[in-house]
Design a protein around this ligand. Structure first.
Ligand SMILES: Cc1cc2nc3c(=O)[nH]c(=O)nc-3n(C[C@H](O)[C@H](O)[C@H](O)COP(=O)(O)O)c2cc1C
Length: 186
């Protein structure tokens, strides 16, 4: 399958960031049930074969209820060395072991033992429970819990703002237009 034209641009911007973990941090914006916005940082976990963006989260977190109510989201990814901002609009699908155990297990195994441990912590967003267990590592042989979720973002529109040019370069692509590129005023 041929890659959408924004993928190679993003890949070269990512290469410029080097090996810093921060290069894979992006912001996910959702809409809460009362219509007000929510935003937080997530780790980019990769692309699937259809150029859908993969993210992981905890099914007990607020964003899960928000996504169930309103799957339309925007992610924003800043790549400071390239001076580029990418914004992705689309809809998120949630997958737990109840929906697809193999898919979740494959992703669970991608995590480090320290990364997996977060899903064994007490419920996110609840008052701090000092007496609870806070594991440091979870081995890959432990099956993923019900609340380990793989999020798949089907991208409908991409927008790049590149500050390294004069004038700044603002490009947009949409799936509905077969990823044809359009240049906008920055
Ligand atoms: C650098 C960084 C990376 C993070 N990565 C993730 C992640 O991959 N998945 C996730 O659910 N939360 C991640 N978080 C935590 C979220 O930003 C957020 O605090 C948490 O998921 C609760 O959000 P919610 O209450 O809006 O659901 C990360 C936070 C930081 C600072």
């Amino acid at each position: 399958m041929t890659l959408p034209p924004w993928r190679p641009l993003l890949r070269s911007a990512l290469q410029r960031e080097g090996r810093t973990p921060a290069a894979r941090w992006l912001q996910l914006a959702t809409v809460a049930a009362d219509g007000t916005p929510r935003v937080r940082t997530l780790v980019f976990r990769g692309w699937d074969a259809h150029s859908r963006m993969l993210l992981y989260t905890d099914g007990r977190s607020s964003k899960t209820a928000e996504l169930t109510h309103q799957p339309a989201v925007e992610t924003c990814w800043l790549l400071p060395k390239a001076k580029q901002q990418y914004r992705f609009r689309g809809a998120i699908e949630l997958c737990s072991i109840a929906q697809d155990a193999d898919h979740c297990r494959n992703h669970w195994e991608q995590l480090s033992p320290g990364g997996r441990a977060l899903w064994a912590w007490p419920e996110p967003g609840q008052p701090f429970s000092a007496g609870a267990e806070w594991p440091v590592e979870i081995e890959e042989t432990t099956p993923p819990p019900q609340h380990f979720l793989v999020l798949t973002l089907t991208i409908e529109r991409v927008e790049l703002l590149d500050l390294s040019h004069h004038p700044h370069r603002r490009l947009t692509w949409s799936l509905a237009q077969r990823w044809a590129e359009q240049r906008l005023n920055p």
